[in-house]
Every structure is written in C-alpha cells, then in structure tokens.
Design a protein around this ligand. Structure first.
Ligand code: ZN
Ligand code: ZN
Length: 261
C-alpha cells in the first residue's frame, strides 16, 4: 500500500514530525509513503504565502530511514495562474520525487474558510473553484498529479456539506480532466473527503471519465497531517481505482511507476 499525500511539520499546518509519521506508516503496513508539504501561494500576489526553505526540508527528511518502508520526497504545490516559473525553480532546487498540483485559493480566499462562502451558495462556490482549477491547469504543465480536483466541497462551510459530483459540473470537469490527461498529468484520489462529505476527492465517476478522456496516471493519498490519519482509507481508494485502472502509480524522481492492483 502507498500513501502519496502526507504533511509533516514542514507544512504550516502539519501536526507531527516526519519520523513519527513514517513509524506509523510502517506500523500499519504501508510499503511506501511520500511527504507532500504545502508550498502554497495565495492567488493574490501580495497576500501571505505558506512556503518552506530547502534547509527546513532537508532538516526534516535528511536522516529518515526505516527498514521496509520507502520514503519519497514530494510537495503539494499551490497552483495559481501566475506561478508556473516558481514551480520550475522550486523543483530544480529540491529535486522532488513527486509534485501534486493543488488549488487552495481562489481570488485570495481558501474555500476551506468561511470568508470564501460569505457571498456564495453551493453552486456558485463550486463553479468558481472549478473555473480557477481550469485556468491553473491551462498554464501549468510541470506537475505529476492534480490534487483533490473537487477540494471546494470538503469545507465545513460548504452550505450543503455534499460532495461535488461530476454529473452536476460535467463540462468544466471534462475540460480540466482533458487538459491534464493531454499533458500526461495524473489524477489523485484523496481520501480526506470520506469523513467530511462521505466520498473520496474525487470519486469513481470522475475516475471513469478521466480514463475515457485519456488519463493514464492515478495516485492515492490520505492528506494526513498527523500519524493517526496516515494511510487512512487507502484500501478503499485502491478498490475504487481498481474498478477503472488495473494499476496505481508511485513516483521516483518525477517518473511514474505502475503497480498492478
Ligand atoms: Zn490540498
Ligand atoms: Zn494536502
């Protein structure tokens, strides 16, 4: 089993250090994990960004080694419409194994927070988010998997607390998935939605359509920010992947490795 979306204290919102998380991963029988800390740009240039330095990253991961557990180094990069050059420079400096591209901010607000929803109902909130994801995947090509394509629904401030379903936003979702498939970028199944909205982000319907549109790469991750959640619902996610693909992917130095399911 693999968990390809984990945050340690290198992330601004990480709760536990990398060694504690890696030990927990080994204990529950994971074979490989990838740390993917937030390197996040607010969509508005002048606002606060959540970044880390190479020294902080190396201090956290430099010495970690656990027998029987492969530990990869990645990042969850916050996509905006203007930061493709920053991503290229960052990867050159760090030499990541794996890069998740995620959208966490729209017009300065994170849909996870109340402010985003103040002037929106569910539909307008979901639409605005997907439109921004589309804009971002059009300008970015240098990442390995799109993180939680329907992240916007995960917020406790989502007025209905229901998932964002593919069928309700078909056109935009198709455009996003067609664009990433065309660029050889994968789709992440993020299990953190299961406790929040009762479905992984995204669900099987998205994944089926992704394959129809030519998508070939799929990864799974818990989005754990502590050791208690590492690996959570990964078996369930792999069952969903298995319905559509015969394999799941891990990465080494930005190259996908296909594991038969
Ligand atoms: Zn995220
Ligand atoms: Zn994350």
């Amino acid at each position: 089993m693999f968990d390809y979306h984990i945050h340690s204290t290198v992330s601004f919102d990480g709760k536990e250090d990398a060694l504690a998380i890696a030990k927990a991963a080994k204990k529950i029988g994971l074979r490989e994990i990838c740390f993917t800390d937030h390197y996040d740009f607010n969509s508005e240039r002048e606002l606060h960004h959540d970044l880390f330095t190479k020294a902080e990253y190396d201090r956290a991961y430099g010495d970690i080694s656990i027998s029987g557990l492969s530990i990869k180094r990645g990042v969850e990069f916050g996509l905006t419409t203007w930061n493709a050059p920053e991503l290229g420079a960052l990867d050159k400096e760090f030499g990541f194994d794996y890069i998740i591209g995620s959208v966490h901010y729209v017009k300065g607000f994170d849909p996870y927070c109340r402010e985003y929803w103040l002037d929106k109902d569910e539909r307008s909130g979901f639409l605005l988010y997907l439109e921004r994801v589309l804009e971002c995947v059009k300008v970015h090509s240098d990442f390995d998997a799109l993180g939680h394509i329907n992240y916007v629904c995960k917020s406790v401030h989502n007025p209905t607390r229901s998932p964002l379903f593919y069928k309700d936003y078909r056109e935009l979702c198709d455009e996003i998935m067609r664009e990433i498939a065309r660029k050889g970028i994968g789709m992440e199944i993020n299990t953190s939605g299961i406790d929040r909205v009762g479905a992984p982000l995204p669900d099987a319907e998205f994944l089926r359509r992704f394959r129809e549109l030519g998508g070939e790469i799929v990864t799974v991750g818990s989005d754990a920010h502590n050791s208690a959640r590492v690996g959570q619902y990964i078996p369930e996610a792999l069952e969903i992947v298995k319905e559509t693909f015969e394999y799941v992917c891990t990465f080494e130095k930005r190259k996908p490795i296909f594991h038969k399911l």
